[in-house]
Design a protein around this ligand. Structure first.
Ligand SMILES: NC(=O)c1ccc[n+]([C@@H]2O[C@H](COP(=O)([O-])OP(=O)(O)OC[C@H]3O[C@@H](n4cnc5c(N)ncnc54)[C@H](O)[C@@H]3O)[C@@H](O)[C@H]2O)c1
Length: 438
């Protein structure tokens, strides 16, 4: 069923949103606080260049399915659902300027209280994680009281369009993310976006707010990563485009969910070594590559965060479950757990370590000797006795993803704290269970 929709903020996002929703058969009224802009828009001039938008706008004005106004009340009275797409620019400090968002929310709510019995407010502007919880919902709660969540609803629905392909992107986004608490509100939006083929994802407001920032940060990182890598290639006389093309063809490990798992620091025999090797080449070439150069630093900071988590006040005994750099291996080379264990021992904690594969291999002739050299004094701390090690920790650290560790949260006493560095996926009572990344 077609809807009556208002769109607040008629810039790149709002005007495209309004015109496209009108084209889909909805009755749309757009609102902007810039009177001059409103007059132009109502005469078919979008006020900025976006391919296809002028024609689309003219058509929608002609069919009277879209009009623009500065009047909030008129827009609210004529709609059942409001999309907010006002600007959220950076202040000099980097903080996001939410003044337009707050102004819009306050105006909308005042008009709602006076004129509407039901309404849905949809946030399409990019607002920092926590904005709903800390800024918007308090305003809504204060003004709407218990009617919020009953008659009036708020959802976060980030916009993924890109300028220059905005109409196509609006009609064919990578996904639709809707954050809110109410399934029937989500289904209203699903109905509005029925022309979209991409997945419709329902989540919390907090997650929806995060997603947009993580997406754009990832896109920025991709650009910079690619340019740093390409700079090395160029200096070496290697075809960077061919390298990146082949890199992108690996859909198993490179362009895939592989490694996208919140957890502990990376380590092992390859990643740290090869990163160092590439950075050495770059240095020889006189290249300054801040992103690649800070990868290992970031990894160490993550070990610091683990150290802070496993050493709350009053703790003396720590059981470290796993010392190899991942499950189902005895390889301890550059395991970040070694760094963590050495720091704990150095600071005077009583540490016991369980790793049956490592313990067993230490007793084997050739590899055992190499491993022992690598582990140094840690050899004496490593046991293959799961139960005794577990019992000895005030804090029990789940260090890798071994299947035998999945039961640890159910095996400890209420006085023991479990710190999970790898996200084993425990869903039981979480009172004495905490994860480093969730
Ligand atoms: N531009 C993009 O490619 C893009 C893509 C995705 C998301 N976003 C996000 O969407 C939001 C809007 O971006 P944009 O590029 O369309 O911004 P914009 O600056 O082009 O448009 C913002 C509009 O809001 C109007 N406005 C400001 N305060 C208002 C108020 N109190 N009431 C009514 N109208 C008001 C302005 O006059 C302007 O027309 C931002 O949060 C942005 O981060 C932008």
């Amino acid at each position: 069923m077609n809807k009556k929709i208002s769109v607040f903020g008629l810039g790149y996002v709002g005007l495209v949103t309004g015109a496209c929703l009108a084209q889909q058969g909805n009755q749309v009224i757009g609102v902007d606080n810039n009177q001059g802009k409103i007059e132009k828009i109502n005469n078919g001039d979008p006020c900025f260049y976006e391919p296809g938008l002028t024609d689309l706008l003219l058509n929608m004005l002609k069919t009277e399915s879209f009009k623009a106004t500065t009047d909030y009340v008129e827009a609210l009275v004529e709609s059942d659902i409001s999309f907010i797409s006002v600007g959220t620019p950076s202040l000099k400090s980097g903080e996001v300027d939410l003044s337009a968002v707050k102004h819009t929310i306050i105006n909308i709510v005042d008009a709602l209280v006076a004129h509407k019995s039901q309404h849905i407010i949809v946030m399409r502007s990019t607002v920092p994680p926590g904005t709903a919880k800390n800024v918007i919902l308090p305003i809504l709660k204060e003004k709407l009281g218990e009617r919020l969540g009953r008659d009036f609803h708020y959802v976060a629905n980030p916009e993924f369009l890109r300028e220059s392909s905005a109409i196509n992107d609006f009609m064919d986004p990578p996904e639709t993310v809707v954050g809110g608490e109410n399934a029937s509100v989500a289904s209203e939006l699903k109905e509005i976006y029925r022309f979209v083929e991409a997945p419709f994802i329902e989540t919390s407001i907090d997650v929806a707010e995060c997603i947009k920032y993580i997406d754009n940060t990832w896109h920025a990182l991709k650009v910079v990563f690619t340019n740093e890598v390409a700079s090395i290639c160029r200096m070496l006389g290697v075809d960077s485009q061919e390298v990146i093309d082949i890199f992108c063809r690996d859909k198993k490990l490179n362009i895939s969910p592989a490694y996208f798992r919140p957890g502990f620091a990376f380590g092992g025999s390859c990643l740290p070594k090869d990163l160092r090797g590439l950075l050495f080449v770059a240095e020889q070439l006189g290249l300054r590559l801040p992103i690649l150069s800070s990868i290992q630093k970031s990894n160490y900071y993550h070990i610091d965060r683990a150290y802070e988590m496993v050493t709350p006040p009053g703790v003396r005994n720590i059981a470290l479950m796993g010392i190899a750099f991942k499950s189902d291996t005895d390889d301890v080379r550059e395991s970040p757990l070694i760094r963590l264990a050495e720091r704990l021992i150095g600071k005077g904690y009583r540490v016991t370590i369980y790793d049956k594969h490592v313990r067993n291999s230490l007793d084997k002739e050739v590899n055992g000797r190499v491993m022992a050299e690598y582990l140094g004094h840690l050899v004496d701390y490593i046991s293959d006795d799961f139960t005794t090690t577990l019992e000895q920790g005030d804090v029990v650290i789940i260090g890798n993803n071994s299947e035998e560790f999945y039961e640890i949260p159910n095996l400890v006493t209420p006085n023991q704290i479990v710190v999970d560095l790898v996200n084993i996926g425990f869903t039981g009572n979480k009172a004495n269970y905490q994860g480093i990344c969730w």
